[in-house]
Every structure is written in C-alpha cells, then in structure tokens.
Design a protein around this ligand. Structure first.
Ligand code: FAD
Length: 278
C-alpha cells in the first residue's frame, strides 16, 4: 500500500499503481536488435575474450577464465580474464534516448494516482490531454464532503506573479497583511454560507447536479489520473516550473517524488535536462 502525500490543507496525492521500469524502457528500445536489457554499468570487459565482469558477479558465467580461442589456427592456453576495458552500462542508451527525444520507449511505463485537490487545480490539470485519462467525483451522484481550500495570509502575501506580474494583484494595488486576513476571514464565512446553502438544497430535494452550484471552485474534489512516463514528464515540465500556480505546483512536486521512487534513472535524466535548460 502506498503512502499518500499531504498537499494543501485538505488534499493529498497517492500512487494507485505504477507500471513498467527503467529496465523495461531500455528493453523496449532494444526491440529492433532483440538484445534486451544488458545491465546498468559501468562495468569492465575482458580485453581478450570480451566477457563482462558484471555477468560473472551475476553468476551467469561460471569462471573467470577466458574462453578458448585460436590465434593463427593454434589453440591458445586458457588464462584468467583481464577485466581492463571499461564498458558503459545501459544508462548510456537511456540517456541517448532521452536527450535525442526518442520518446516512445518512455511510453512503456507510467503511474496512476488518486488526488484530492481543489477544483481550480483539476481545472489546470485537465488541460493535459495527451496521454492522460481521468475519472473525477462529479458531485452529480454523491455530495462532495465539506472541504474547501483556504489559503494562508503568507500565501496571499507571496503573490501570484512568480514569473510575471500578470498573475499577481490587479493593477498596482499592494496587498497588506491586514487586508489579506480580512479577505481570508470573509472567504471562509462565504464558504460556510455556501455549504449551508448546499446542505439545505440537498435536504429540500434539489437535484444534486444543481445543488452543487452552491460550491466554489475552491471545493476539494477527488480524481484518479493516469498517464505514461512521457506524459508525466511533460506535465512536470510545465507544472513544477515557477510560472505555474503554487497550488498545482505542490501536487506536481509530490507526483515528481513518487515518480523518482518508481523510475529513478529516467527521472534522474529528466532532472539533468531541466538543470541544463535552467
Ligand atoms: C503557467 C501556465 C499558464 C497557463 N495559462 C493558461 C491560460 O491562461 N488559459 C488557458 O486556456 N490555458 C492555460 N494554460 C494551459 C496550457 O495552454 C496548456 O493547455 C496546458 O499546459 C497543457 O499543455 P499541452 O497542450 O502541451 O498538453 P496536452 O494537451 O497534454 O498535450 C501534450 C502534447 O501533445 C501534443 N498535442 C496535444 N494536442 C494537440 C493538438 N490538438 N495538436 C497538435 N499537438 C497536440 C503537443 O505536443 C502537446 O504539447 C497554462 C499552462 C501553464 C503551464
């Protein structure tokens, strides 16, 4: 069972399932040569017979002696392997695929998550269409629990324009802590009012699909989301960037942690690429 990571005041993200592996991605990339996954390196190869030291350790080869070989028609005496030649492991191929945008092997792995997040976060998340699949609690068939996102004064004071002023305050107004606190206490009261209206409407028999109009886009909803690793990386590129809204960034950073645990080598390459672009 995977642990959920808490995000925002009432949200979380948890892994339902991951599929594939770093090794499986290499294997898929080697379909054309049929060689499969050969092992992570670096390792050593015998300068004479070519046997890989790693294979010895994996006990796939029974001794450390060179295979019999002939020179000019004469059988050479067998001798102990000389592991002096450096051989890169399959991380070299993985890096090559990643850096040269041979992206289809990265579609052979992926992750399904369950996410509880405010509707504003889902609205941004659902813009990611390829190769995403979603199922969300709609509040049409069952009421949503009374959980609304309430930011903090610090969050409001941090502003919204991480890269550009566009997402920040309207006009040239400078927010004070006092006005931020005023907004939050009124927002909370308004959310409570909305919840009262919602509950009354449900009790009066208003159809759930219309009673949900009393909720704000800060209401927490729940979804399952699935994508392959290629799609996740595209999502992380856009949604962990400083220009993304903090709330979806928090979810993207948590998802990134989960992907690093499942696909450490691929995600290491993703990090390298991001550092290079920064
Ligand atoms: C910081 C930020 C601010 C944003 N602000 C706004 C905003 O103000 N308003 C707004 O509407 N959206 C906004 N967006 C959403 C944005 O425009 C994209 O819809 C969202 O980031 C998903 O990106 P995508 O289209 O690459 O992803 P996906 O839809 O998942 O597509 C993934 C990739 O598949 C390919 N693809 C998918 N569909 C097509 C297609 N029809 N034709 C050709 N290729 C395709 C493309 O290569 C694409 O990059 C914002 C996004 C970010 C990150």
């Amino acid at each position: 069972m995977h642990e959920a990571i808490k995000v925002l005041d009432h949200g979380y993200i948890k892994v339902i399932e991951t599929w594939g592996s770093d090794e499986g991605i290499v294997e898929a990339a080697r379909m054309s040569t049929g060689k499969g996954f050969l092992g992570w390196g670096p390792s050593k190869r015998c300068s004479r017979c070519g046997t890989k030291e790693k294979l010895m350790h994996d006990e796939k080869v029974s001794d450390t002696w060179c295979w019999e070989h002939y020179v000019d028609g004469t059988l050479q005496p067998r001798q102990e392997c000389d592991f002096s030649v450096d051989v890169p492991g399959d991380e070299k191929l993985l890096r090559y695929l990643h850096e040269n945008h041979h992206d289809t092997p990265f579609e052979m792995a992926g992750m399904i998550v369950e996410v509880q997040a405010p509707i504003i976060v889902f609205r941004e998340w659902h813009r990611h269409r390829v190769p995403w699949s979603y199922n969300e609690a709609s509040a049409r068939y069952a009421p949503l629990p009374a959980l609304d996102f309430l930011p903090t004064v610090e969050r409001l004071m941090a502003g919204g324009g991480h890269l550009t002023k566009q997402a920040g305050a309207h006009g040239d107004v400078v927010l004070t802590e006092e006005r931020a606190a005023w907004f939050l206490s009124n927002l909370e009261a308004w959310q409570l009012d909305g919840e009262r209206l919602y509950q009354t409407a449900l009790a009066d028999g208003v159809p759930k699909e219309l009673a949900r109009g009393a909720m704000s886009v800060f209401r927490f909803s729940k979804m399952r989301a699935s994508a392959n690793l290629r799609g996740w990386c595209h999502f992380l590129t856009l949604r962990t960037a400083p220009g993304a809204q903090k709330e979806i960034r928090d979810y993207a950073n948590a998802a990134s942690e989960m992907l690093h645990a499942a696909f450490p080598r691929c995600m290491g390459l993703f990090d390298d690429g991001r550092k290079k672009r920064a």
